[in-house]
Ligand binder design. Structure first.
Ligand code: PMV
Length: 346
């Protein structure tokens, strides 16, 4: 007789930051230097899918990522997520509960390129933590703090809709958590277009890029002190008011400043390429021609563009876009959140 005879499977989408997280004040606990704000996409286009099975019948922990076994012993972040979930099980169910001793098997896959500046680690760690929590009935706990310790931006994918990751001030990170600004039904007209410019793995990982920026960029200090606090307040208000132009302008400015910080890093981290810059120009030209801010862009640590636009403007914009970027196949996504299912063990 097995104690857990269900396979719990969840899909977690990527989230795209409109105010970027860049720089840590604590590397081990993954505590950021600044607040960030993001939108969680739907699972239809880009997601991580994770299945978890646990029980006394499993001999040792194991994790498979994209079909390959991962060595947990040498992966500090994976280990941390497993340990934090186990600590939570003990806290909630007592030290002598059998589940605390169960070994866990995890199988995780991304349906899009990993480590290409497409927020794969955010979806991956959010999915891992959420699925583990689901398997052990811990969904009411603050999972964002655990996901954060897998990959910083993963704490935001725990929630659907519009999310604010508060940097916090506590040295132990108790107040560095993600909170939902508004759920996925709040602004149903919002669409995200993803233009995959290059899906090969980035040269400088965000972890290394951030460290270098913290060590060498003067602009990063200015950004954190003088720009991000005000922008965060303003964009949260713009989201609440569904003020697209305000939202879009802040998003573009923040993306540009983040990449300026990357260039101010020594040696510089160059994530955008020629096509990224052409997309930026195209968006500004389009907005100028319409006399309004109809569309905005943001870029993570890679050349791929994420465009925000309202549903009513989508088709006319798309018809212009494909004239200029004919070979790209734009992906259009909604704002949503995590999906979970359970199936019987085979
Ligand atoms: O969570 P990480 O370590 O992959 O860092 C993500 C950093 C950016 O994607 C560039 C910005 C963000 O806020 O998502």
């Amino acid at each position: 007789q097995n104690d857990m005879d269900k396979v719990v499977t969840c899909l977690a989408p990527v989230n795209i930051a409109a105010i970027k997280y860049w720089g840590k004040r604590d590397e081990r606990l993954i505590l950021p230097l600044n607040d960030s704000v993001s939108l969680t996409l739907d699972c239809d286009q880009m997601h991580s899918q994770t299945s978890v099975i646990a029980g006394p019948f499993i001999k040792e922990d194991g994790i498979w990522l994209n079909g390959q076994i991962m060595p947990i012993e040498t992966n500090e972040r994976l280990q941390k997520c497993f340990n934090l979930i186990r600590q939570l099980i003990v806290k909630r169910k007592g030290e002598n509960c059998p589940e605390a001793k169960w070994k866990i098997r995890v199988c995780s896959e991304n349906n899009f390129p990993t480590a290409a500046g497409l927020a794969s680690s955010a979806a991956g760690y959010a999915c891992l933590v959420y699925t583990l929590a689901n398997a052990f009935d811990l969904l009411n706990e603050d999972l964002s703090s655990i996901a954060r310790q897998g990959s910083g931006s993963a704490c935001r994918s725990i929630y659907g809709g519009f999310v604010h990751w508060k940097a916090g001030i506590d040295d132990l990170g108790s107040d560095s958590i993600a909170v939902q600004i508004a759920d996925d039904t709040h602004w149903p007209e919002m669409r995200i277009i993803i233009l995959v410019v290059n899906d090969s793995q980035k040269k400088t990982s965000s972890t290394v890029g951030m460290q270098k920026s913290v060590e060498t960029s003067e602009l990063l200090k200015y950004r954190i002190q003088k720009c991000v606090p005000e922008r965060t307040t303003q964009i949260i208000q713009a989201i609440k008011d569904k003020n697209f132009e305000q939202f879009a302008e802040i998003t573009m400015k923040d993306s540009n400043q983040f990449h300026a910080v990357c260039l101010d890093t020594y040696p510089p981290c160059v994530y955008l390429n020629q096509v990224s810059h052409e997309i930026i120009s195209f968006v500004h030209d389009y907005n100028e021609a319409t006399g309004q801010i109809k569309v905005s862009y943001t870029f993570d640590a890679g050349p791929n563009a994420f465009l925000f636009i309202l549903q009513n403007d989508l088709s006319s914009f798309m018809s212009e876009l494909i004239k200029v970027f004919p070979t790209d196949q734009p992906i259009s996504s909604y704002i949503r959140g995590i999906v979970s299912t359970q199936s019987d063990m085979l």
